[in-house]
Write a protein that binds this ligand. Structure first.
Ligand SMILES: *Cc1c(COP(=O)(O)O)cnc(C)c1O
Length: 444
């Protein structure tokens, strides 16, 4: 199979070349998908078209490296590899052992950790493996509230983990910043066995040392879920929880790092055995070796200079977008961003719910997601905000001036009064499509 390297500068095209498909999808079609399952083949082509024409502003989404797409579709998917390198249950592991060992070594080197487990099938099982491996059902855990930036897997009442463990959820202060006084007070009151930090919608860097101090005071384990920010930590642009002495750092591999969908756990030597046993055989069966191979390559690419430049540009673009929105009197939670994402309070800015804002932006080809804001008075399906981020547009090669244009489009679409809006939307949609045409999706 031919693989186009991830950082080759693809020449900008003036229009959408309908006939060019990504290398990976071309393989799928060439290998008979179009004949054996025309409905799925057609959906695949339509999805390519959607990704090519639309502007992806959801901060957890990105474009996987072309090498990753190729490895996910490789024969590593055929292999069962229960166990760990050198200690497997089935034979024939000479190549899978190399792949998993490389992935583990690269992860350790990249984040400065003593041990890595690269087998979690995704972000949710990765966090479950830490809770279930190191705590007993009913144990108290302190984690960030979902509406204040935390994730479902940080003990939301609807999640199984939320029912199995006794979570207390800390909240942010009035401006949306982590309130360490409140975290410490909750820790002293509830004596958690583990303190969890990390987020899905918190637009600031995290002071891991402050968390570690509180955890040490009450004798709690520490876990940082950096699923959104691992790429920036790897590039040395955001704080690294392993440097602050955390017990566990968990991260998805498919968000800022542009790898396969999957999870990764880093820890210290003292926890290595217990952690590995918790992932397998505690929680999972055979690892997905096509995913592990793609993770290994991702970690190599993330360690290179070209990725560091990309990561730096993502953060610069986020600041530029936040500034351009603020200049248009649009209210952001915490007033800005220090990472790759921001949350617009659409209720305060436009008197509009987040789902309505998401729908209007969808109509002009900008994909965002509705988002609860701290202490949101509105329900999760009709919240007060939207969340946006810059990893995907930056992967297309967009820079500060494009962030200006995006802010202007968002402001026009959401601030126009309802009567004029219908007239304005088609022109804004054409503008967004023209912008996307100038910046092709990598690999497409
Ligand atoms: C995305 C995310 C996860 C979950 O990952 P899945 O792969 O969707 O299960 C966990 N924690 C955080 C903070 C996330 O942002």
């Amino acid at each position: 199979m031919t693989i186009t390297p991830s950082f080759s500068s693809s020449a900008p095209t003036a229009r959408f070349p309908e006939e060019t498909q990504s290398a990976a999808n071309m393989n799928a079609l060439r290998d008979g998908l179009a004949q054996s399952d025309p409905e799925i083949a057609a959906a695949l082509l339509r999805e390519e078209e959607r990704q090519r024409r639309g502007l992806e502003l959801i901060p957890s989404e990105n474009y996987a490296f072309p090498e990753v797409l190729a490895l996910l579709g490789s024969v590593f998917t055929n292999k069962y590899s229960e166990g760990y390198p050198g200690r497997r249950y089935y034979g024939g592991q000479e190549n899978t052992d190399i792949v998993e060992e490389l992935a583990r070594e690269r992860a350790k080197a990249l984040f400065g950790a003593e041990h890595a487990n690269v087998q979690p099938l995704s972000g949710s099982p990765m966090n479950q493996a830490v809770y279930l491996g190191f705590l007993e059902p009913g144990d108290p855990i302190l984690a960030m509230d979902l509406s204040h930036g935390g994730h479902l897997t940080h003990g939301a009442p609807v999640s199984h983990m939320g029912k199995l463990f006794d979570f207390t959820r800390y909240k942010t202060d009035g401006e949306g910043h982590i309130d360490f006084g409140a975290v410490r007070e909750a820790a002293l009151r509830t004596r958690p066995k583990m303190i969890v930090c990390g987020h899905s919608s918190y637009p600031r860097d995290i002071d891991y040392r402050a968390f570690k101090e509180i955890a040490d005071e009450v004798g709690a384990l520490t876990m940082a879920d950096v699923s959104h920010t691992a790429g920036f930590i790897a590039a040395g642009l955001l704080n690294n929880p392993m440097e602050a002495g955390f017990d566990f750092m968990t991260t998805t591999t498919h968000k800022s790092m542009r790898g396969p969908r999957g999870g990764l756990i880093l820890t210290q030597k003292a926890h290595a055995k217990k952690l590995d046993a918790s992932v397998f055989p505690g929680l999972q069966g055979g690892p997905h070796m096509n995913q592990v191979a793609a993770t290994a390559t991702t970690l190599k690419l993330v360690g290179e200079g070209a990725f560091k430049a990309y990561a730096r540009q993502v953060l610069e673009n986020a600041k530029a977008l936040a500034n351009a929105l603020a200049a248009r009197q649009i209210k952001l939670v915490t007033g800005g961003t220090e990472n790759h994402l921001m949350v617009i309070d659409t209720e305060a800015s436009f008197g509009m719910s987040g789902d309505e804002a998401q729908r209007l932006l969808d109509e002009i080809g900008l994909t965002t997601n509705k988002q609860v804001i701290p202490d949101d008075p509105r329900p999760p399906m009709r919240p007060s905000g939207i969340r946006l981020g810059t990893p995907a547009p930056t992967a297309r090669g967009m820079g500060k001036s494009e962030m200006e244009s995006i802010a202007a489009m968002i402001a026009s679409a959401l601030s126009a009064d309802a009567g004029k809006r219908e007239e304005m939307l088609p022109a804004l949609a054409a503008e967004a499509e023209a912008l996307c045409a100038r910046f092709p999706v990598p690999g497409l």
